[in-house]
Design a protein around this ligand. Structure first.
Ligand code: OAD
Length: 272
């Protein structure tokens, strides 16, 4: 099949679908300038996850962990949604209740795209994603669990330029560790770390959407981190199909009805 024939097949599947589940990963934000985790230049190539993204790492060295997350917050604050985020937001807003966006990303770019496309006159809710792995722009108390918008020093923790690694680079004076206004516990980023469970309510909602979807559109994920990577199988089990957008093959590729080989920001506006 030619690339155009594959795009046409994807267009038809998405056009005819009563319900669509969109599962996104780091690849959808690549063209916004947010590094992926496992590709060339990926975050997990430069850092050991267990040194930065585990509860044990935070207990051992909260400054180091905060240093990395402040760097990531600063980086994301300088990025903007790309044509892929915007096309998905438009698609969901035009079909309220029929498209569920589920993301593994914590960068907030789907939400920003939803609000940008909805503008002031429309409700952005139909295009807001279920965030399986939490959100960079929220803090959570490591003691009492209360969440709040990110504390005020976003991006000020390091002097790292975009393209740096965020840890071990030249440091600005260390910001004090943020604390909970209610119980004085240490605040942490409200993201899911290795070894932690996902929010069951968010996961249940994602599975419910996966089971009722005719099409699972999987965009920019290596599809190896579970339970997120199991969602497309729930769509398949109920008779739906997978459409995959990724420049690389993944473990899901053999089960995809169509694979669109290329960058999300180029492909999504063509098929949605
Ligand atoms: P990965 O870094 O594992 O995979 C990114 C995927 O995006 C790869 O399959 C790339 O081929 C693809 N990709 C790269 N550029 C792309 C582009 N422009 N358009 C489309 N696809 C592109 O990221 P995730 O699969 O999201 O979890 O990783 C899953 C989870 O592992 C993350 O949420 C994170 C990480 O550990 C936690 O931190 C809990």
């Amino acid at each position: 099949m030619t690339a155009e024939a594959r795009r046409e097949r994807a267009r038809a599947l998405l056009r005819d679908a009563e319900r669509v589940l969109v599962l996104t990963g780091a690849g959808i934000s690549a063209e916004s300038g947010v590094p992926t985790f496992r590709g060339a230049g990926g975050l997990w190539r430069a850092h050991r996850p267990e040194e930065l993204a585990t509860p044990e790492a935070f207990a051992r060295d909260p400054e180091l962990v905060w240093d990395w997350y402040r760097w990531r917050r600063g980086l994301v604050a300088r990025c903007a949604p790309n044509a892929g985020h915007l096309a998905l937001a438009r698609h969901a807003l035009e079909r309220p209740g029929r498209v569920t966006i589920v993301t593994q990303n914590v960068d907030g770019l789907h939400g920003r795209a939803a609000r940008e496309v909805a503008g002031s006159g429309r409700d952005a809710a139909p295009a807001l994603p279920l965030e399986l792995h939490g959100a960079l722009d929220r803090d959570r108390c490591s003691r009492c669990g209360r969440t709040r918008p990110a504390h005020g020093d976003v991006g000020s923790g390091t002097a790292t330029a975009v393209g740096g690694t965020g840890v071990g680079d030249e440091q600005a004076p260390a910001a004090p560790l943020p604390r909970c206004a209610s119980c004085d516990g240490l605040l942490r980023p409200d993201v899911v770390w290795f070894g932690e469970a996902l929010d069951p309510a968010v996961l249940d909602a994602a599975y419910a959407a996966a089971r009722t979807a005719d099409v699972c559109l999987v965009v920019g994920t290596s599809a190896i981190v579970h339970p997120a990577a199991s969602l497309p199988a729930a769509t398949l089990a109920e008779g739906g199909v997978i459409v995959e957008v990724n420049p690389e093959r993944t473990p899901l590729t053999p089960r995809a009805e169509v694979r669109l080989d290329g960058p999300a920001a180029g492909i999504l506006p063509l098929v949605l």
